[in-house]
Design a protein around this ligand. Structure first.
Ligand SMILES: Nc1ncnc2c1ncn2[C@@H]1O[C@H](COP(=O)(O)OP(=O)(O)OP(=O)(O)O)[C@@H](O)[C@H]1O
Length: 357
């Protein structure tokens, strides 16, 4: 049943996820997307890092294979850019089905989901990115599809409407979510296995970078790999993007070699600092530290100060700043920590109680 080819499935892109990590987003054009796709590992044994998830997944896939049945539905939970889409593609390749891709925001009506489900074949993998954003009627249809491999397609409206049951072939749903806490329990319970993806260590990112450089036909010097990995925020997607910018710099302004000089210069040009903060991150910290004395300051006020939407500040900049211990979210607002002042080369306020260590 299993396909030995790396990826024997055909990808049907029904809709692309809306959210996109902002770091160097301006550069994430079509070319970058194509490059990103080319760098995706195609088999589980090529997938770097996430040893626990890899082990769990290989067990689930091997067991399904031994039973000649599709694997249980899989939920992939974790921040953006850690490899959830890549794993969905790997699962489809391993079971030998084709991959259908959609996302929660793209499925606003039950009919949208019914249309996708009616095209599912045996062994297929349906990948639903941002599954926590599915509309409620679609979510309810998905419960039935996942549990009983059946959907009720409603034809007509009002009192004359009839539900026609449609039997589906056995298939696997792979859901991805950056916010598993928002998934309703009935949906969460229908996944046989949840993989929790963690940020990558710098050593793992160095391996990702070295592999990616090789696929791009270049040799990445170890010191350059270390430098890029240390600024990639634990995220392979960011590491790969930075690598491509280093490659740009090396080609246009350097000697062509992906060495430490090229890495340092490119990271400087693209304003990625030694902790991996980009322009928006620093703007948020600067606003907090310089204009509001370290806070606490409300999200909207911070957002206005940096000229961004509150949602952008909250979902894009803050998670990393909080994770790095540079900012704290309190009920009274956002507060810059002593580490934030020190990172920006500023003197922290002296009044007691103002500052978080
Ligand atoms: N374990 C890994 N080894 C090598 N490369 C990886 C790994 N994980 C991710 N990547 C690379 O990172 C890029 C982003 O991965 P992917 O699109 O799978 O992330 P994602 O978690 O689905 O992100 P999002 O939630 O934003 O859709 C891919 O192009 C892939 O090349």
């Amino acid at each position: 049943m299993r396909c030995s080819a790396p990826l024997c499935s055909t990808s049907v892109v029904v809709a692309v996820a809306e959210h996109e990590d902002h770091l160097l987003a301006a550069e994430a054009d079509e070319l970058d997307r194509a490059a990103e796709a080319a760098l995706r590992p195609r088999r589980l044994d090529e997938f770097i890092g996430q040893p626990v998830v890899r082990d769990q997944l290989s067990l689930v896939l091997d067991a399904a294979n031994a039973r000649s049945k599709p694997p249980d539905h899989v939920l992939l939970a974790g921040p953006p850019g850690l490899g959830k889409t890549t794993l969905a593609m790997i699962i489809a390749g391993e079971v030998g089905g084709s991959l259908k891709i959609t996302s929660g925001p793209a499925v606003q009506h039950a009919g949208d989901l019914a249309a996708i489900l009616s095209s599912v074949q045996e062994q297929d993998v349906l990948f639903i990115d941002e599954i926590h954003r599915l509309a409620r009627p679609a979510e309810e249809m998905l419960y039935l599809a996942m549990e009983d491999f059946r959907v009720d397609v409603v034809v007509g409206k009002g009192p004359g409407a009839t539900a026609i049951p449609l039997t589906l072939p056995p298939f696997t749903v792979v859901g991805a979510t950056t916010r598993s806490g928002l998934l309703p329990a009935p949906l969460r319970d229908r996944f046989g296995f949840t993989a929790h993806m963690d940020f990558y260590s710098e050593a793992e990112l160095e391996l990702v970078l070295t592999r990616s450089a090789r696929l791009l036909g270049a040799e990445l010097q170890p010191e350059a790999a270390t430098q890029i990995a240390s600024r990639a925020r634990g995220t392979p997607r960011i590491a790969n993007r930075l690598l491509r910018r280093v490659q740009d710099w090396a080609q246009v302004r350097g000697t062509g070699a992906l060495d430490l000089d090229a890495a340092m210069a490119a990271l400087d040009v693209f304003e990625v600092d030694r902790r991996g903060l980009d322009r928006l991150d620093r703007a948020v910290l600067r606003a907090l530290c310089e204009r509001f004395g370290g806070g606490p300051t409300g999200l909207t006020t911070v957002a206005v100060a940096v000229g961004e939407e509150p949602e952008t500040v909250e979902t894009v900049a803050e998670p990393f700043l909080v994770r790095e211990g540079l900012m704290v979210r309190t009920p009274r607002g956002r507060v810059a920590t002593a580490a934030a002042f020190s990172h920006l080369g500023l003197t922290p306020p002296t009044s007691p109680g103002m500052l978080w260590e």
